[in-house]
Design a binder for this molecule. Structure first.
Ligand SMILES: NC(=O)N[C@@H](O)C(=O)O
Ligand code: NI
Length: 161
């Protein structure tokens, strides 16, 4: 079993896997007569393949136990997938770089701080959503359309904080 200690999530550390969505660190410009700061274009939405379209959904998830025990990672080869907490929920992120094989040495675990969201780029291996402490509600932006967009890779992982 691969044992990982979750690291604090930063955009730099997460760069091989996708984007961190965080208004606190993002540039912005004023709109709406100056009443609104637009933190613009924070993550790259990818929708590939036949009939591809962008989906906006809301996930309501029950919290995971820590240590977090995983027996697979998944990937979406045809599109990105973004998770943004709606009530400052913290969650665990486990990722590996895109590719048909996963090198256990390249698997990373992160924990968010409640204000951060993530956008997995197409093909990034990841654990299914793993919210901490309480029921979580997330805005999710990902790809709909034809074809298989979810592959699983068996891998035993234990994550501690
Ligand atoms: N299945 C689904 O829509 N969600 C997963 O892809 C996930 O990453 O939680
Ligand atoms: Ni997913």
């Amino acid at each position: 079993m691969l044992e990982l200690k979750a690291e604090t999530l930063t955009a730099e550390a997460f760069a091989p896997f996708g984007d961190v969505i965080d208004a606190r660190t993002a540039d912005w410009f004023p709109i709406n007569a100056g009443r609104t700061r637009r933190h613009h274009d924070l993550a790259k939405v990818e929708t590939l393949g036949e009939g591809a379209r962008t989906l906006i959904s809301v996930f309501v998830s029950q919290p995971v136990e820590i240590p977090l025990e995983l027996d697979f990672l998944e990937r979406h080869p045809l599109g990105s997938q973004a998770f943004m907490p709606l009530h400052e929920e913290r969650f665990v992120v486990v990722v590996a770089p895109p590719g048909d094989e996963i090198d256990p040495a390249e698997v990373r675990a992160f924990v968010t701080d409640g204000r951060q969201g993530v956008n997995y780029r197409a093909g990034t291996w990841h654990a299914i959503q793993s919210v901490l402490e309480r029921e979580g509600e997330f805005l999710v932006v990902d790809r709909g359309g034809e074809g298989n967009n979810c592959d699983e890779y068996p891998l035993s992982i234990q994550v501690v904080l």
